[in-house]
Write a protein that binds this ligand. Structure first.
Ligand SMILES: Nc1ncnc2c1ncn2[C@@H]1O[C@H](COP(=O)(O)OP(=O)(O)OP(=O)(O)O)[C@@H](O)[C@H]1O
Length: 255
């Protein structure tokens, strides 16, 4: 059994228009996507802008409703919100976003931002909570003086580390990282990616790693799926995809 199994997942958006506001068309953002992620691996989801990567991620974590298909986590069907609530899914599966400035609440101090998932899922005393937040900051290489600062007081790379600290706060099994380094300078990208790898080794986390950047994916991922127009057109190991691409779309991406 894999950690998570995605089967024939579809997310279709109705487009409404005209005087009666009827459904005039549908956007098939995700149109029948199937893949598995094993415990401890980094699974890459690659494709151009608009191919449906983010929508796939949101449907897996429950930010977007699946039109059809299933998501099975440790053998349990978590496609519906009520089933996700029954097990620890919302604690076990966390997300890191591309744009840390808009995904971190600008009015909250770093202490509160990182403590938020702890407050939702664990009921720690004030002292224990602060200790955990300090440990998490330390893990991502930030000092105790960060506690009382606000997101805008950090660089993009530091903010991404704060996003990583928040994501690992509840000891998740899977982190969905949607273009986690795309907004960063090359030198800072490497730093954040190496952090993510270290945390993966230390905590035994799996990643669903979403990117349009094939260099970054090659550095990070064991298995890769290539997405185009809402569908997966090719899957394989890193070597399969980079050394022997089969699909014309994959060849084009690599070129
Ligand atoms: N709420 C929505 N309503 C209608 N269409 C949507 C909605 N969200 C996404 N789409 C469309 O679904 C398609 C897939 O979008 P998605 O954001 O998943 O792609 P992506 O591969 O993640 O691209 P990017 O890297 O640019 O975010 C796009 O054509 C997009 O315009």
């Amino acid at each position: 059994m894999s950690l998570i199994e995605i089967r024939n997942l579809k997310v279709h958006y109705p487009i409404r228009g005209g005087f009666w506001n009827r459904v005039v068309d549908t956007v098939k953002a995700v149109d029948g996507v199937t893949f598995d992620i094993e415990a401890g691996e980094t699974y890459g989801l690659v494709g151009e802008s608009g191919s449906g990567k983010s929508t796939t991620a949101k449907a897996i974590i429950g930010l977007e409703k699946a039109t059809s298909g299933t998501v099975t986590y440790e053998g349990k069907n978590v496609t519906k919100a009520e089933n996700r609530r029954k097990i620890d899914y919302n604690r076990d599966v966390q997300m890191i976003f591309q744009d840390s400035l808009s995904s971190l609440n600008p009015r909250k101090r770093i202490e509160d931002i990182i403590a938020e998932p702890l407050r939702n899922f664990e009921h720690l005393s004030k002292d224990d909570e602060k200790l955990r937040v300090l440990q998490l900051l330390d893990i991502v290489g930030l000092g105790p003086d960060s506690l009382y600062k606000y997101p805008h007081q950090f660089s993009g790379g530091q903010r991404q580390r704060i996003g990583v600290a928040r994501a690992v706060a509840t000891h998740p099994r899977l982190i969905i990282a949607d273009e986690p380094v795309s907004a960063l300078d090359l030198s800072v990208q490497a730093q954040v990616l190496n952090f993510m790898k270290r945390i993966q080794r230390e905590f035994g986390i799996s990643y669903l790693f979403i990117s349009h950047d094939l260099g970054v994916v090659r550095h990070m991922c064991n298995n890769i799926a290539i997405m185009n127009r809402g569908r997966i057109v090719e899957t394989g190991t890193r070597d399969d995809i980079y050394d022997h691409p089969m699909h014309i779309y994959t060849k084009r991406l690599l070129a």
